[in-house]
Design a protein around this ligand. Structure first.
Ligand SMILES: Cc1cc2nc3c(=O)[nH]c(=O)nc-3n(C[C@H](O)[C@H](O)[C@H](O)COP(=O)(O)OP(=O)(O)OC[C@H]3O[C@@H](n4cnc5c(N)ncnc54)[C@H](O)[C@@H]3O)c2cc1C
Length: 717
C-alpha cells in the first residue's frame, strides 16, 4: 500500500513538473493560432517531404497535449486540418484525441479514483449507479455539446465507475462530429482570425441537437415501451379513484393515509386483519411476548440485583393472552374507523388487479365490486417461507403466522433458522420454559451482523440454556411411534433431534400469487420488481413494503409508502427516487443488536476503506448500575475523518440508542459533533458519546499537543 502511495506521489510530481515546464518555457506559444498560421507553409512543406514522420510527431504531440490536459487542443485540431487535410487530419486527430483523453481519464482514476470513492463513497454510490445505467449516454452528450471543457470531462469521468473501454469508444464517437467541423475549418486556416469564429451558431446548434438526440431517443423509447405494455388494455375514460391500495399492512396504511392527506380519492383493500403482519403476527405480538419473557429472565437473575430469591408463577396461556390484549390495544391505530375518519375508503375484501386501471374486490358475502383507478399501489406483504422438507406434511408445524395461537407450552421446541425472527422467538420461548434447540445451517446465528455482535448473543443464548446447532441442515421430519424427530445433516452425518413443536423461521417470501400479477404480466422475481420510483413494469402500478423489498421492516415499508403514494399521485409532474441511504434495524434479543449503515463485515467484503472505533458498554456507569454491563458501540468511519459509514450497537436499548447515529448519518453529522453534544448522566446514551471520545483520542493532534505540553512546562517555570 505504502509503495503504491509513493508511486502515485512520483506520478503527481512528474505530471506537475511537465505542466509547470509547459508554462515556464512558454511552450504554449507553439499552440497559438497566430504561430500556426505563420508557420503553415513550413508545416505543409514538412508534411510533403516526410509524411509519416510528420503524422507520427503530430499524433504524439496531440496525445501529449490532451493527456496532460494542456490548453491548445483546438488550435492543434485546426493545424491538423491545415497540414493533413480533412480525411487524414480527422483520422489522426480522432484517434489521438480519444487516446489522450483516455490517458487523462486513467491518470485521474489512478491518482484520485480510490480516494474519491472512499471519501465520498455513499454520495458517489448514486452517481455510480447513474453512470452504470446511463453513463455512456451522458458522456456522448457531453462530448457533442461543447459546454464543459473536454479536459474537465476526462478528469471527472475518471472518478466515476465508467469502464475505460466505454469511455474510449463513446468519447471517440461523441467527439467525431466536432473534430470534423474543426479539421474542416483548419483546411481554410488562412481565413480564420480567432477560435470563436470557427463554429458558427448554426453548427453549434446542430451539435447540441446531435448531443441531445440519444437522451431524447431514450426517453421516447421508454415512453413507447410503457405505452406498448398497455396496448392490450382499454384505458377507462374516467376513474372512480385516484388510487387503490392493496393490503392494509404498514405499507398500505401509510400509502392510503398520505393519499387521503393530499385529498386524493383512495380505496384501501384488506382481505384479512387491518394492520397486516406487523400488528397481528409480527412486530407487535413478538415484542409483547419478548416483554413478558424478559420479566421472567429478570426474576431468574434476581440475585444479580441483590434480591436473594424471586419466583414467578405464570400460566403460558395467560402470557399468550396478554399478547392478544396488546394487539387489541394497538388495533385502533390501524382500524377501519380511524382510516375512514382520515378520509380513506376502506374496503374489506380480496383485491385482484383486473387491468392496469381496474381492481376487482371480492367481498366475504360473495359479491364483487370493480373499481377503476388511475394508479394502484401493491402492498400485499409477505409470508413465512416454508422449505420443502420431506415429512413436514405429517406434523402441524409453527411459523410466525400461527405461533401466536399457542396456548399450551411445548416442552421441546425446535426453532429452525438463526435469523432475527428465529433468534427473537428462540430466546423468548426458552425464557417461557420451553427447551429450545435452535438449528441453523450456517456457521452462526445472525449472519448479517458482525461476528462479535453475534458472539455476544450466542454466549447469552448458551447461558440461557438454548441448545445451538450450527452447520445443521434440516433433511427430513420423521414421526416414529408418535415421537416427532427432525433429522439434520451435520458434517455428513445424520443428527436426530426429537421435538414437540417445530417453529420454522428460515425467512420470508413476498405474496405474489392470487391477485392478478401473473395474468397482467407484472414483472416479478422473488419480489415484485420495481424501479427507483417504486414503479412496477406497469408505470401506473407501484409496489411497497415486503412485497417489493429489498428490506423487510415496518419502518422501511412505511418509508417506501411515502414514495409510492406521492409518485403514484403526482407522476408525471413530479416523482421521487426512494432513498435507502440510511436504513436502521434492530434484532430484539438480549443483548439487543442494532445497526445502521455499514458494519465491519460488509466494509471488508466490499473493500471499502474504513476505520473501526469501539466503546465497550461494560465500562458504562449506567450499564454497571443496571447490571447490564455488556455489549459495545462500534462505529465505522472514513479513514482519518469523523464521517460515519455505519454503526453497530449491542446491549440494553441498542434499538433506541442507534437513533442518534441514524440522525447523524442522515444529516451528515460526524463524531466530533456527537462528542460536543451533552448527553445526560447516567444514561446508556452516553455510550454514543464515549465511542466518539475514543475516536477523538485516536485522532488527537499529537504534534500540537506536544507543543502545548511544552508551553505549559514553560509557564510552570
Ligand atoms: C415475527 C416477526 C417479527 C417482526 N418484527 C419486526 C420488528 O420488530 N420491526 C420491524 O420493523 N419489522 C418487523 N417485522 C417485519 C414486519 O412485520 C414487516 O416488514 C411489515 O409488516 C411489512 O408490512 P407490509 O405492509 O409490507 O406487509 P404486511 O404487513 O404483510 O401487509 C400486507 C397486507 O396485505 C393483505 N393482502 C395481501 N393480498 C391481498 C389482496 N389480494 N387483497 C387484499 N388484501 C391483501 C394481507 O392480508 C396483509 O394484511 C417482523 C415480522 C415478523 C414475522
Amino acid at each position: 500500500m505504502k509503495l503504491q502511495i509513493d508511486k502515485r506521489w512520483w506520478a503527481v510530481a512528474a505530471l506537475a513538473f511537465a505542466i509547470i515546464a509547459f508554462f515556464v518555457l512558454d511552450l504554449g506559444q507553439y499552440l497559438r493560432l497566430s504561430t500556426i498560421k505563420s508557420s503553415q507553409a513550413q508545416l505543409e512543406a514538412w508534411r510533403a517531404a516526410q509524411p509519416l514522420q510528420a503524422a507520427l510527431i503530430f499524433f504524439a504531440a496531440y496525445v501529449l497535449v490532451t493527456a496532460l490536459s494542456l490548453p491548445g487542443a483546438a488550435v492543434l485540431t485546426l493545424a491538423g486540418g491545415a497540414i493533413f487535410g480533412l480525411g487524414w487530419g480527422t483520422l489522426l486527430i480522432s484517434f489521438a484525441s480519444s487516446i489522450g483523453a483516455t490517458l487523462a481519464f486513467l491518470a485521474s482514476r489512478w491518482l484520485l479514483g480510490d480516494w474519491v470513492q472512499s471519501h465520498f463513497g455513499e454520495r458517489m454510490a448514486a452517481l455510480n449507479a447513474g453512470v452504470a445505467k446511463d453513463g455512456g449516454f451522458y458522456l456522448f452528450t457531453l462530448r457533442l455539446v461543447p459546454v464543459v471543457p473536454f479536459f474537465v470531462i476526462n478528469l471527472a469521468m475518471g472518478l466515476t465507475h465508467i469502464r475505460p473501454l466505454t469511455f474510449y469508444w463513446v468519447s471517440q464517437l461523441g467527439m467525431l462530429a466536432g473534430t470534423i467541423v474543426y479539421v474542416n475549418a483548419g483546411t481554410q486556416l488562412a481565413r480564420i482570425d480567432s477560435l470563436s469564429g470557427v463554429v458558427s451558431p448554426g453548427v453549434l446548434g446542430s451539435l447540441v441537437l446531435l448531443g441531445l438526440f440519444p437522451l431524447i431517443a431514450r426517453k421516447v423509447i421508454d415512453v413507447v415501451r410503457a405505452r406498448k405494455i398497455y396496448l392490450k388494455w382499454q384505458r377507462p375514460e374516467k376513474f372512480d379513484r385516484n388510487l387503490v391500495v392493496i393490503g392494509a399492512g404498514s405499507a398500505g396504511l401509510v400509502t392510503a393515509y398520505i393519499a387521503a392527506t393530499v385529498r386524493a380519492k383512495v380505496t384501501l383493500v384488506e382481505k384479512n386483519e387491518m394492520g397486516g403482519d406487523c400488528l397481528n403476527t409480527g412486530c407487535v405480538p413478538s415484542k409483547a411476548l419478548i416483554r413478558s419473557a424478559r420479566f421472567l429472565s429478570h426474576v431468574k437473575r434476581s440475585n444479580e440485583f441483590g434480591i436473594r430469591s424471586a419466583t414467578a408463577d405464570f400460566e403460558f396461556a395467560e402470557v399468550m393472552e396478554r399478547v392478544q390484549r396488546v394487539i387489541q390495544d394497538i388495533e385502533p391505530h390501524d382500524s377501519i374507523e380511524r382510516y375512514t375518519a382520515l378520509g380513506v375508503d376502506v374496503v374489506q375484501g380480496e383485491a385482484r388487479i383486473a387491468s392496469p386501471w381496474e381492481v376487482e374486490i371480492a367481498h366475504a358475502d360473495g359479491s364483487k365490486q370493480m373499481l377503476t383507478t388511475r394508479s394502484i399501489v401493491i402492498a400485499a406483504g409477505g409470508r413465512p417461507l416454508v422449505p420443502p422438507i420431506p415429512g413436514l406434511d405429517q406434523i402441524n408445524y409453527l411459523t410466525s403466522d400461527n405461533v401466536w395461537a399457542l396456548r399450551e407450552r411445548p416442552g421441546r421446541m425446535v426453532v429452525l433458522g438463526g435469523g432475527p425472527i428465529g433468534c427473537e422467538l428462540a430466546q423468548t420461548f426458552a425464557r417461557l420454559g420451553c427447551r429450545i434447540t435452535q438449528v441453523e445451517k450456517g456457521e452462526r446465528i445472525l449472519p448479517r451482523e458482525d461476528d462479535d455482535a453475534a458472539a455476544l448473543v450466542t454466549r447469552r443464548f448458551v447461558e440461557e440454556g438454548i441448545d445451538l446447532r450450527f452447520a445443521h441442515e434440516a433433511s427430513r421430519i420423521e414421526v416414529v411411534e408418535g415421537e416427532k424427530v427432525l433429522v439434520a445433516l451435520h458434517d455428513g452425518k445424520e443428527v436426530r433431534i426429537a421435538f414437540d413443536a417445530l417453529l420454522i423461521a428460515v425467512g420470508r417470501q413476498a405474496n405474489l400469487d392470487g391477485y392478478g400479477l401473473k395474468e397482467l404480466g407484472v414483472t416479478t422475481e422473488r419480489t415484485v420488481q420495481v424501479n427507483d420510483y417504486l414503479q412496477t413494469s406497469f408505470p401506473n402500478i407501484y409496489a411497497a413494503g415486503d412485497v417489493a423489498g429489498p428490506y423487510q421492516f415496518t419502518h422501511t415499508a412505511s418509508h417506501q409508502a411515502w414514495y409510492a403514494a406521492v409518485n403514484a399521485l403526482f407522476d408525471p409532474f413530479k416523482k421521487f427516487r426512494a432513498d435507502y441511504r440510511v436504513i436502521p434495524w434492530a434484532t430484539f434479543v438480549e443483548p439487543e443488536v442494532a445497526r445502521v449503515g455499514l458494519n465491519e463485515q460488509e466494509a471488508r467484503e466490499k473493500k471499502i476503506p474504513h476505520e473501526v472505533t469501539v466503546y465497550g458498554i461494560d465500562d458504562l456507569d449506567r450499564a454497571i448500575a443496571d447490571s447490564e454491563a455488556h455489549g459495545f458501540v462500534k462505529v465505522i468511519t472514513v479513514p482519518g475523518k469523523d464521517r460515519i459509514l455505519g454503526v453497530t450497537i449491542v446491549g440494553e436499548h441498542a434499538g433506541d440508542l442507534i437513533a442518534e447515529y441514524v440522525l447523524a448519518m442522515k444529516h451528515g453529522i460526524g463524531l466530533n459533533k456527537i462528542l460536543g453534544t451533552i448527553h445526560i448522566y447516567p444514561t446508556m446514551a452516553e455510550a454514543n458519546k464515549y465511542v466518539a471520545g475514543n475516536w477523538k483520542r485516536a485522532h488527537g493532534p499529537e504534534k500540537l499537543l506536544t507543543w502545548v505540553g511544552r508551553f505549559h512546562a514553560r509557564r510552570r517555570g
